[in-house]
Design a protein around this ligand. Structure first.
Ligand code: PEP
Ligand code: MN
Length: 262
């Protein structure tokens, strides 16, 4: 099917937009799912960038580990049709190379990668000489030195536009949150990196839909620069993180009902 092509915005214009809103599925699953999510997100008029996991770092084996390179053309098609910029998680040099080959606009480093200096360094080395913005999630454990170390490795590779994503910190046992926000740590990281983009990830903090909006509102009240929230055309049947995903329309409503500045 021929789809209309939208003008894609300039990456730096979008990077500087406040609030910066990123949304899309936890995982790219099928061509249709990626395209329909992007079309419905774009229709809300509230989203700047499409996220989708192509390679999924699952804590335990035997779960969906991502569609792989096959999904990258789907993202490129979604960008052409909607004009939304794209972002994916990368954890190896090969993944960086593949993502760049398919014109991904922004890369992100996941929480399970930020904890590993060897992996962060591998990604950093693959990025040497490349001009692309990189978002760095906090490590899964509450260690600001690891988060800072990842920022330093990526910065030393010459990446000029680095942003932070606060996705909460894991702990043992059942808690209210899937990953405790520990807001004070993110605030300290903001203090250490003045002017650096700081985005909140209510989806991975909450792990469920009912508290997403409260977490998002807290982040905005704390002067975060933007939000990354997972969305899916059929959240209950998502191949990963089903409990925390919302439809594109619900995402639009949520963004619309946030109180942006006190
Ligand atoms: C994700 O964004 O889907 C993801 C795997 O996140 P995190 O690295 O925060 O667990
Ligand atoms: Mn996820």
């Amino acid at each position: 099917m021929e789809q209309a092509t939208q003008q894609t915005k300039n990456v730096m214009d979008v990077w500087q937009k406040r609030p910066l809103i990123i949304s899309g599925p936890c995982s790219a699953e099928t061509e249709e799912q990626v395209l329909q999510t992007a079309i419905r997100l774009a229709a809300t008029g509230k989203v700047d960038m499409l996220r989708a996991g192509i390679w999924k770092p699952r804590t335990r084996p035997g779960q969906f580990e991502g569609i792989g390179v096959k999904g990258l053309p789907w993202l490129l098609q979604a960008k052409k049709v909607t004009g939304l910029l794209t972002t994916v998680e990368v954890a190896t040099a090969k993944q960086v190379e593949d993502a760049l080959n398919f014109d991904v606009d922004v890369l992100w480093i996941g929480a399970r990668t930020t904890v590993n200096p060897f992996s962060v360094q591998e990604v950093a080395d693959a990025l040497r000489g490349v001009n692309i913005p990189v978002l760095i999630k906090n490590p899964i454990n509450p260690d600001l030195e690891l988060w800072t170390g990842a920022v330093e490795r990526i910065a030393k590779a010459g990446i000029q536009h680095i942003g932070l994503i606060h996705r909460g910190f894991s702990s043992y046992g059942n808690t209210e949150y899937r990953n405790a926000p520990m807001w004070h740590l993110a605030i300290e990281m903001k203090r250490r990196n003045p002017g650096m983009l700081m985005i909140n990830d209510p989806s991975h903090i909450s792990g469920r839909r009912d508290i997403l909006q409260d977490v998002a509102q807290t982040a905005i009240d704390l002067d975060y620069d933007g939000l990354i929230i997972e969305s899916h055309i059929d959240p209950d049947h998502a191949w990963s993180d089903a409990k925390q995903q919302i439809t594109p329309e619900r995402l639009g409503e949520m963004i619309g009902s946030i109180n942006w500045r006190k």
